[in-house]
Write a protein that binds this ligand. Structure first.
Ligand SMILES: Cc1cc2nc3c(=O)[nH]c(=O)nc-3n(C[C@H](O)[C@H](O)[C@H](O)COP(=O)(O)OP(=O)(O)OC[C@H]3O[C@@H](n4cnc5c(N)ncnc54)[C@H](O)[C@@H]3O)c2cc1C
Length: 498
């Protein structure tokens, strides 16, 4: 028997409490929305997964107020090297060792369960966010003015339902919501089985090094990652004939690891076989149902960007849901979600597939060229920073859709700490001289008192720039008309962390 749908209306039901769902819950909590997270499992996922995230992702963690606590658990990544079976360096991808334009290091190493624990703990700040573990969503009904989510409490067997304005499926690679939306995945062509092992060192082993190393051995491609503390990660490609159950047998795992470590050096913490694949959902929104994270896209992990893409999804989505949940009739803003995010994540997936090609191929020189179509033939990899796809329009289009850097303000605060999850207008002069009706919720920073703002506007060749809560540029303005156009864009209320 299903109990009658809970009469109170939620703004958003999030299915799945992985890193994507937990970050979305924090962002929506910040926006003051009434949210429920439904998670099938009793505990966070225990198998080895993400070990890397970037500066943009760290800005989102800063926004939800966990950067300080997370900083104690992570290490700055020095870079990635690709070597051939003789150990010759094929490709170097050094990562900057100083704070970059986003106010953080470009690349970090971490342990996914640490992050998930911190994200979940942070949700304790929001009375408006409920979380329910052991709760499996088994049906969703999308209606014109709301949706109903049906779930089962796996400890009692009791079925229940809730009404909500929006449902976001952060429910992973085998997303149930994606199945309900009847959307297919576009396969981008990469499907390989890899054995992933986390080992805990029993003694210091500096000879393993601090770089991530891609061992481009066509017979047995492998990756080594220097995780924080004593933890080290190996990812090893399986051959077609190899049986998953047999290969994960401890004896076979040690046999595969013997080039680097033995059981005298470390203990195996976790091991699992994954099929690394590459795909993007064809439809990210249907009515009031939306997909985010692994539910919307999958990438091989060679760039360490799968989870990062999910965090970008929800930074893009949360302020739009916050605005649309106030105006039940108009959800046009949400139509930009897929058009902005899908091409962006595709650029990362395609680069990861190129890198995978380099690790796998017998002819490494040819593969190197395929992975790095640089005209100067350089074997030094650079990070990519694509614009978001076809985006919301306001003001002048110059710079629209680029990620805006994080400036340091004269009172020494980072800009995102000053603005919270709100839109920010940077403007050349005193805003009062324009005689405008400023929307509530907009943070205005004038170059009058801020040197970095002056320099930044000068570099961009503009007089004003409007930055969205997800830190992407909405538009720029040089004239009063352009500024008016920019400011006519709907703004979320001020969104500051508690
Ligand atoms: C070996 C490996 C290495 C990786 N390395 C990196 C890396 O270095 N950097 C990086 O950025 N990414 C990396 N990734 C990818 C990253 O781990 C994933 O992208 C990320 O965990 C996805 O998070 P998610 O929250 O979207 O989904 P998940 O973490 O899969 O969470 C989905 C949740 O939904 C729940 N759920 C599913 N169905 C239901 C239902 N019907 N009802 C209720 N709950 C439900 C599940 O129980 C689960 O908890 C790696 C992945 C692997 C496998």
């Amino acid at each position: 028997m299903i109990h009658k749908a809970n009469s109170s209306l939620y703004d958003c039901i999030i299915i799945g409490y992985g890193p994507t769902g937990a970050t979305l819950a924090n962002l929506l909590g910040l926006c003051g929305l009434k949210v429920m997270v439904l998670e099938r499992e009793a505990q966070a996922y225990h198998l080895p997964r993400a070990v890397h995230f970037d500066d943009e992702t760290m800005r989102v963690f800063q926004t939800v107020g966990i950067a300080e606590e997370l900083s104690k658990k992570i290490r700055v990544n020095i870079g990635m090297r690709f070597v051939d079976p003789e150990g010759t360096l094929l490709l170097d991808w050094p990562r900057p060792q100083e704070i970059g334009p986003h106010g953080w290091y470009a690349s970090y190493r971490f342990h996914q369960p640490d992050l998930e624990h911190i994200l979940r703990k942070a949700l304790g700040r929001y009375e408006n966010v409920e979380t329910r573990s052991n709760s499996e969503v088994f049906s969703v009904k999308d209606q014109d003015d709301n949706s109903i989510v049906y779930f089962k409490d796996l400890t009692t067997g009791k079925k229940d339902s809730v009404n909500t304005k929006y449902v976001v499926g952060c429910d992973g690679a085998r997303s149930f919501l994606r199945y309900c939306m009847e959307t297919e995945m576009e396969n981008l062509g990469f499907n390989e089985r890899w054995l992933v092992i986390d080992a805990l060192l029993k003694k210091p082993m500096p000879e393993l090094g601090d770089h991530t190393v891609q061992f481009c051995n066509p017979k047995r491609p492998a990756t080594y990652c220097r995780s924080p503390g004593d933890r080290r990660r190996w990812e090893i490609k399986l051959q077609d004939h190899e049986d998953e159950n047999e290969i994960t047998n401890l004896e076979n795992v040690w046999e595969l690891l013997k080039t680097w470590i033995t059981s005298n050096d470390a203990e195996i913490e976790r091991k699992a076989v994954y099929t690394f694949s590459s795909s993007i959902a064809k439809k990210w929104k249907l009515g009031r149902l939306l997909l985010a994270g692994d539910a919307a896209h999958l990438t091989p992990p060679f760039m360490g960007q799968g989870m990062c893409a999910g965090i970008r999804d929800v930074a893009n989505l949360a302020w739009k849901i916050a605005l649309c949940s106030k105006d039940a009739k108009d959800d046009s803003l949400l139509h930009s979600y897929q058009s902005e995010r899908s091409p962006h994540v595709k650029a990362y997936i395609e680069t990861a597939i190129h890198l995978g090609g380099l690790i796998n191929r017998a002819d490494n020189t040819k593969a190197l060229k395929a992975a790095l179509p640089n005209q100067d033939g350089s074997a030094r990899m650079k990070s990519i920073a694509p614009k978001i796809g076809e985006s919301l329009k306001a003001g002048s289009s110059e710079h629209r859709g680029k990620l805006f850097p994080q400036l340091r303000l004269s009172d020494s605060r980072l800009m995102d700490d000053a603005s919270g999850y709100s839109p920010v207008l940077l403007i050349k002069e005193d805003i009062n001289s324009y005689n405008l009706n400023l929307p509530t919720g907009l943070i205005v920073i004038s170059s009058e008192s801020e040197k970095e703002v002056t320099a930044c506007l000068q570099n961009m060749g503009t007089d004003a720039v409007l930055i969205r809560p997800d830190r992407y540029i909405l538009g720029t303005a040089k004239t009063k008309e352009e500024l008016n156009d920019l400011l006519s864009f709907p703004m979320p209320s001020p969104l500051h962390r508690k």
